[in-house]
Design a protein around this ligand. Structure first.
Ligand SMILES: [Zn+2]
Ligand SMILES: [Zn+2]
Length: 594
């Protein structure tokens, strides 16, 4: 256990969830004797326990009713959690006798000295606690799912069966959570991404390396054009840099010391060693240095790139588009003077606010977090207390000046400096860091950056790292879930579909299709020999904003009958009226029809 674990206080809900994991293991053992126990911690919104039924049983959700029934019996019988301290030798011999190989492995790795056990009823588990006083304090729980999990997270180890559950202080809170979980499942970007043909994966390409299909690529292209245009208007210069570099570059930057665990292993090439980049900053620094001596007149110098990066996320944590090993970041580095920091941070925050408004995020969906360093942790963070104090205060001043509500989060900074993180709430109400603004004096120092000041003397510039709409992968995943696939018209992969009713109107439909395409609209034409009702249902499933029906009557009147994906029938309108309707949706970036 490391230091931070001991310092962490345990909330009542965490204690209850973890106690519930004990009760679940106890129930499983009673129902499936001989099952071996691994670990059973509480998690952010529940708990799990890893089991090895020794090939005797494969758990499925069909078992849950029975296990939950047994758990209720245990809870009702008010079994007290009793702590016991024994020596390591005794612990080893006890779990040897119980034939619990995973527990033995855990005990062997513990320091010599006392080992704590917790006993409730006939059930004993190796555990540091804390727990509830007795089992009847567990008020509302539910088993949720079962999945495979490698022992200690390593593919080299046996595959165990992990049962997930959750537990809340009240029945109402549990019901509310289960409802949100149901909604989240419907919106899961992996599910919607498959239904709407947005992205796919291939075992031959590898885990965490998604492939963008034409529909998903369209959303990404719109996002990329949107943010690049905004940056150009804000005085940024766009660059392209390679996705790999010599390891030497990351030794200078400090990534090699502080970040190597998240980097791909280096590859040897002639006498060099190259590595896929985990961040774009060192490349941009080389561009800053490429022009020889910079003058204060060139600052602030705002350098931006849609930069592809590579991070070695654990295979068990990879998820669709949201946790990947290769990602494209809307990245920029602002090289500026001390005096310019304040204004540049404010400008970056204003860009975040504008982008969120355009993407349709309402103010209740995001919060501002000031992510601080930890003066005692010189492994994770560069050791320079004065630098940290200064940078953290600069960010506090900005919040104060803009009167922005925010909270402070120690231990969440980048290794080289504190940052402002903008946290978006996902469907489950969980926060994810999306945008970030960081003030950095460390990298300019490491790379000995300079500019000549007004005084004719050399000075060190400050670097501000900032990302407005995050990685294209993360933002797209977020948008899919936020809109449940019903994207605003300006982001929709297909904005309208033309549905001719009979062959005699096909020419008219074809011309109309060409006309809309020429306007830059993304329109499909469906001339298949299918019933209109079928075509409409299919277009609704694909969440296409507008369905444009053309029959003999529309042909005669030079009109289209317009239906929206939410089922609303807008009736027949002239072609020009439809054009201005959809153009207005796009120009105003209207986010919802309702
Ligand atoms: Zn425990
Ligand atoms: Zn950076």
């Amino acid at each position: 256990m490391n230091k931070t674990d001991n310092q962490k206080t345990t909330l009542p809900i965490e204690t209850m969830r973890h106690s519930c994991a004990h009760v679940m293991a106890q129930a499983v053992l009673e129902l499936y004797p001989g099952t071996k126990l691994a670990i059973g911690p509480s998690t952010e919104d529940g708990f799990y326990y890893d089991f090895d039924p020794q090939g005797q049983h494969k758990f499925s959700e069909l078992d849950f009713v029975q296990i939950e029934q047994k758990m209720k019996e245990i809870i009702r019988s008010k079994q007290e959690f009793v702590r016991e301290e024994i020596s390591k030798e005794e612990a080893l011999s006890r779990f040897e006798k119980e034939n619990e190989p995973y527990k033995l492995e855990i005990i062997q790795d513990l320091d010599d000295g006392t080992i704590t056990l917790y006993k409730n009823g006939p059930f004993v588990d190796l555990c540091r606690g804390p727990h509830v006083q007795n089992t009847s304090e567990i008020k509302a729980f539910k088993l949720l799912s079962v999945a495979g999990a490698y022992w200690r997270g390593s593919e080299k180890n046996p595959m165990l069966q992990r049962i997930y559950g959750t537990c809340f202080l009240t029945k109402e809170e549990l019901a509310d959570y289960l409802l949100r979980l149901e909604e989240a499942k419907k919106r899961d970007h992996r599910r919607v991404g498959k239904d709407l043909k947005l992205f796919t994966t291939s075992p031959e390409v590898g885990a965490g390396l998604p492939l963008w299909l034409p529909n998903g690529a369209t959303i990404r292209r719109i996002l990329e054009r949107y943010i690049v245009d905004m940056e150009l208007a804000e005085g940024y210069q766009h660059v392209y840099t390679p996705v790999l570099a010599k390891t030497e570059l990351y030794k200078i930057s400090g990534h090699w010391d502080h970040y190597r665990g998240s980097m791909y292993p280096p590859m040897a090439l002639d006498d060099d060693e190259l590595v896929l980049r985990p961040m774009n900053c060192p490349h941009h620094i080389q561009i800053y240095k490429s022009e020889g001596v910079r003058s204060y007149r060139e600052l602030p110098l705002r350098m931006a790139e849609l930069g592809q990066m590579f991070r070695l996320e654990k295979s068990g944590e990879l998820t669709g588009l949201s946790r990947v090993r290769s990602m494209c970041l809307n990245d920029a580095h602002i090289f500026c003077t001390e005096e310019q920091i304040h204004e540049e941070i404010i400008k970056a925050l204003q860009m975040v606010e504008k982008a969120y408004k355009d993407l349709g995020f309402t103010p209740d969906t995001y919060t501002y977090r000031l992510s601080l360093g930890d003066r005692n942790d010189t492994v994770k963070y560069v050791d320079n207390p004065a630098m940290w104090d200064k940078a953290e205060n600069e960010l506090r001043v900005v919040f104060k000046e803009l009167n922005l509500p925010h909270y402070e989060a120690p231990g969440e900074a980048a290794f080289y400096g504190p940052k402002i993180d903008i946290q978006l709430k996902n469907v489950l109400g969980k926060e994810e860091t999306v945008s970030t603004i960081q003030v950095d004096r460390h990298l300019p120092e490491r790379f000995q950056l300079e500019y000549i000041g007004e005084d004719g003397k050399p000075h060190q510039p400050i670097m501000i790292h900032r990302g407005i709409i995050s990685t294209m992968e993360r933002m797209t995943a977020f948008l899919i879930e936020y809109y449940a696939g019903a994207f605003p018209v300006w982001l929709s992969p297909v904005q309208a579909i033309i549905l001719p009713i009979k062959d005699s109107v096909n020419d008219f439909a074809l011309n109309f299709h060409l006309e809309l395409q020429k306007m830059g609209l993304r329109v499909n034409l469906d001339i298949r020999n299918e019933k209109l009702g079928y075509k409409i249902r299919e277009a609704q499933v694909q969440k296409i904003p507008y369905m444009l029906v053309i029959g003999e009557k529309e042909l005669q009147e030079n009109k289209v009958a317009v239906r929206r994906r939410d089922g609303k029938d807008l009736g027949a309108m002239s072609i020009d009226d439809f054009k201005s309707l959809i153009q207005d949706d796009i120009n105003s970036k209207r986010s919802r029809f309702e």
